[in-house]
Every structure is written in structure tokens, then in C-alpha cells.
Design a protein around this ligand. Structure first.
Ligand SMILES: O=C(O)CCc1cccc(O)c1
Length: 504
């Protein structure tokens, strides 16, 4: 935009603020449904510094829908598990994964470098003519309409020329990070979940291969809690809790790293103080303006779920928004975004806080109790699964989660095995595409068959796939949303599905 030029008479479908992974994923998922967007980003290029380092298998499924999962596999490393060590780096307990690949068809935990992921997503976005990514553009102000169905006006500054213009959009996605101007625009504030600690985050490049275990290490030392992991072939991340009154410049980095590096030459890519917080926005939406990612929630990194929560927001919202904007669904679909995502994100944050405390809290007494209490935990059947399994919480009952009596599937994510097809085994999500799905066993019954017709769902017969049969259990069929959440397990005929909301 000499000032930004978008045909004035016609509002764009969507403006996405922020071209981080959450914003780009949102734009690509919308584009796959034919919905155009402008993505506004202050930085011209990928922000080069490392930030998030972990995504789980549920979230890699989202990357699969975006079309970058194989690319992600190439830039990431599967994680073997979690090891708790004491201040002398002696192992207290180790939780090890037997098999790296889980029920969702991808390694359960994956470490990577965020700029690599952003490059992948930018390349994928460039393949979609529906996406207009404008680097070097800063949102000055979002002007929300009195009538939520009227366009929102986004005032934008071109940071190259200084020119200010505006764009009108039918929906606005605020993927604009922890200090989100969009959050301010919708009048939301962060609610504190009572966790705040200052940590030093250190990313290094070390061409000499360090002899370290391929898992996340949590140093349970009350004097200096720390986390360590190998992020890439030559890339390593440490996080050290800062002491009262200490600044990030104070600790002697060579001394902190020496027990791990043995003095090997390292190049420090980043040394930054972070305040780890646990916060959730008190509202995630006003009209058709939505908050996603760090704009809506902040978590301490102890279970590596911060970035994943943003991608889950994108997966939850975009199919609903596309359906509303293309006129194939009722506006009330959008009412389900916050009630589904907020409790889920909050539970993940609370889990992170609890895990952080269990690993590092309680001072010297806590350390002694921890050593005694958990030393044998890795050998107790089931505990490893409990600690490492990233099964995310079930979504609550609502218009798109039709929990019925005895239905243990509604609100959960369906698994993703490879299923037999005439051209050979394929991942379930690749067969379902962007549509609803019906997974059934035996001859399809009238209720799921009608639902499938009404929603244009892809029908998959589970009989040739032991994993799907096991998962269905007593249900004869399950209705799967485009984001792979189960609407209902059809345990009884009288539970209404959500078909009435769609005019597919
Ligand atoms: O689930 C795992 O194996 C590791 C989870 C994780 C990821 C990143 C940081 C962290 O402290 C834990």
C-alpha cells in the first residue's frame, strides 16, 4: 500500500496479525478452504532467533494438514523421553519411550528450531495464492465494528515507507504474541494462574557432538533448576532458573555449561532472560476478532506445550471460520471457539506449572522428598505413560461435542493409524482430507449414514484396521470433525449430532 490497497467496496475475508507459526498455520488452513487472507507481520523475514523447541504428535497432525509434516520431520528430532537428574547430573529417574511413534502417526515428542519451522511454513504459504503475506507491516490499530458482522478496520503502517493505510476484513485473527495489540483491541486482559519465574535461556551451536542422551533433561537442583535438550544435530538449549536479584548477565556461562560440554567450543546463538508465566486471556473473542497463540495464553515451558497450544487454536478456529465465511454454517459455530480452547489451554498450563513445581519446587526439603519419592517411579508400570503421554484433555460438551451417556470418544482426538486403501496403506488424515469423517465398523447404520450424507463426510470402514477397531470399542461409528475431534461416538441413536448447524 502506498497506503495499503484492498478494494474498498469489498472487505477481505480475513486479516491475520502475526506471521509466526500460529498465524501462518491459520492462513494456510483457511487457504485450503478457499478463504483469502492478508497476513501482516512487522518483521520482513523469518525472525532468526530460536524460541519454541517442542511439538507433540497431536500438533504434528496439524502440520500434516498444512502440508509440512514431512518437512518438519526433516528438521526435527524425536525425543526419547524425560530424565530427571540431580545437581551433580546423576539420574534420579528416567521416563523412556518404548516406541517413538504414537497413536497419532508421528513421533510423540519432537525437538526443532523455530526459525526452521517458520521457513517451512512461509514456503508452504507461498504456494497458496489466497495468502498475501506482507512483511514489514505493523498494525497501528484495529477498529472493531458495532455490529459484529460488519467488517473490522485494521489500520496498518508500512515500516518501509512509513505510510499508513487500512484494510477492512470480515474477520481478524490476532496471532500477535504475548503483548498482543489485538488483545487490547477486544478489551481482554490476561488472568494470572500464579506462576512467575525468571530463567536464563541459552541456545548454542556446538560442532563437536556432545555425548548426551537424546531426551529432555530436567535438573532438579533447588540451587539452580535447569533444563537441557539437544535441539538439532549441532544445536543445544539450556534453561537455568535465575536466583533472586540475579540478572541474566550474572551467571558464569562457561561454568554452567561445562558439566555438559566438557569444555568443547560452543557458539552462543542467544542468551536471554525470559520470565516464564502462566496466564490465560479472560476473553478470546469479540465479534469476529479472535485471539490465538501467545495472545490468548502463556505457559511455562516445562512440558513443551506453548507453541502447540497456538497451533491447536488455529486448527480449532479455522475450519469453523471458513464454514461461516463461505456461508455453509451458522454463525454460532464461532461461539464454540473459546469454550473449547480456553479450558484445554488452561489445563495444559496448569499441568506445566504442576510439573515444573514437582521437578524443581520445594527447596532443599523438596529435593530430598523428590529423590526418595520418585527414584523408582520410572520402573512402576503405567507411570512412564502418565508422565510422557501428551494426551490432551477432552473437549467439553457443546454444540460440536455431543457427549452422550457411555460415550468415551466425544471430545477426544481420534487416532491416526495407516488404513488400507486400494492404493496401499495411507494415513487416516490424508484419507479424510479437510472434510468431516465417519469411521464405522460393520455395515453402516442409518444414523451415521444420514449424518455422513448431510455433512459430506468421508466414510471410512474400520474393519481392516485393528487400531481403529480397538479405538471404536463398543461404538459402531464415530463422527469426526475436520480438526479430528470426535463429535460423537454414536453410542445411542438419540444423541443429536451437529448437522443442523451446517448446510453443506
Ligand atoms: O514429552 C517429552 O518427552 C518432552 C516434553 C518437553 C519438551 C520441551 C521441554 C520440556 O521441559 C519437556
Amino acid at each position: 500500500m502506498a497506503a495499503m490497497t484492498v478494494p474498498p467496496a469489498e472487505a477481505l475475508p480475513v486479516v491475520v496479525v502475526g506471521a509466526g507459526p500460529t498465524g501462518l498455520t491459520s492462513a494456510i488452513l483457511l487457504a485450503r478452504r478457499g478463504v483469502r487472507s492478508v497476513v501482516l507481520e512487522r518483521h520482513r523475514d523469518v525472525y532468526p532467533l530460536p524460541r519454541a523447541v517442542h511439538l507433540d504428535d497431536e500438533v504434528v497432525r496439524i502440520l500434516q494438514r498444512v502440508g509440512v509434516a514431512e518437512g518438519f520431520r526433516a528438521i526435527s528430532r524425536p525425543v526419547a523421553g524425560l530424565r530427571l537428574v540431580d545437581g551433580g547430573l546423576r539420574t534420579i529417574v528416567e521416563f523412556r519411550r518404548d516406541s517413538l511413534e504414537g497413536a497419532h502417526g508421528w513421533p510423540q515428542a519432537n525437538l526443532f528450531d523455530q526459525p526452521d519451522l517458520e521457513r517451512l511454513l512461509r514456503a508452504a504459504a507461498a504456494e497458496h495464492p489466497e495468502i498475501d503475506l506482507r512483511g514489514g507491516h505493523e498494525v497501528v490499530r484495529a477498529q472493531l465494528p458495532a455490529n459484529p458482522r460488519d467488517p473490522v478496520r485494521v489500520h496498518v503502517r508500512d515500516l518501509g515507507t512509513g505510510a499508513v493505510g487500512h484494510v477492512d476484513a470480515r474477520a481478524l485473527l490476532g496471532c500477535d504474541g504475548a503483548n498482543s495489540p489485538t488483545r487490547a483491541a477486544i478489551g481482554a486482559a490476561m488472568r494470572d494462574l500464579r506462576f512467575e519465574e525468571r530463567w536464563l535461556v541459552v541456545d548454542v551451536l556446538c560442532p563437536t557432538r556432545l555425548d548426551v542422551w537424546n531426551g529432555v533433561h530436567q535438573v532438579c537442583d533447588p540451587h539452580r533448576a535447569a533444563t537441557f535438550m539437544q535441539v538439532g544435530a549441532e544445536r543445544y538449549r539450556w534453561e537455568f532458573r535465575l536466583r533472586e536479584g540475579e540478572t541474566s548477565a550474572d551467571p558464569d556461562l562457561d561454568a554452567l555449561l561445562h558439566p555438559w560440554t566438557g569444555g568443547a567450543e560452543v557458539e552462543v546463538l542467544r542468551r536471554a532472560e525470559y520470565t516464564f508465566r502462566a496466564q490465560v486471556a479472560d476473553r478470546w473473542r469479540r465479534g469476529r476478532t479472535f485471539l490465538l497463540g501467545d495472545a490468548a495464553h502463556l505457559t511455562p515451558p516445562f512440558i513443551g506445550q506453548g507453541l502447540g497450544s497456538g497451533l491447536r487454536d488455529a486448527a480449532n478456529l479455522t475450519w469453523k471460520l471458513a464454514a461461516v465465511l463461505t456461508g455453509t454454517a451458522d454463525e454460532c459455530l464461532l461461539d464454540t471457539y473459546e469454550p473449547e480452547r480456553r479450558p484445554h489451554a488452561t489445563t495444559m498450563i496448569r499441568t506445566a506449572v504442576a510439573v515444573g513445581w514437582a521437578m524443581t519446587g520445594g527447596g532443599p526439603l523438596g529435593a530430598t522428598v523428590r529423590r526418595r519419592a520418585i527414584a523408582g517411579a520410572g520402573r512402576i508400570p503405567g507411570v512412564t505413560d502418565l508422565v510422557l503421554k501428551t494426551t490432551s484433555p477432552r473437549l467439553r460438551r457443546g454444540p460440536l461435542v455431543r457427549t452422550g451417556p457411555r460415550d468415551r470418544l466425544a471430545g477426544t482426538l481420534c487416532p491416526q493409524p495407516r488404513i488400507p486403501t486400494p492404493t496401499g496403506p495411507r494415513r487416516l488424515d490424508d484419507v479424510l482430507g479437510d472434510a468431516f469423517g465417519i469411521i464405522h465398523r460393520g455395515p453402516i447404520e442409518p444414523a451415521p449414514a444420514t449424518t455422513a450424507r448431510r455433512l459430506g463426510a468421508v466414510v471410512v470402514r474400520a474393519d481392516g484396521c485393528p487400531e481403529l477397531l480397538r479405538w471404536l470399542g463398543r461404538s459402531r461409528a464415530a463422527l469426526i470433525r475436520p480438526d479430528r475431534v470426535v463429535v460423537t461416538g454414536f453410542p445411542s441413536q438419540d444423541v443429536p449430532t451437529c448437522v443442523e448447524l451446517f448446510s453443506a
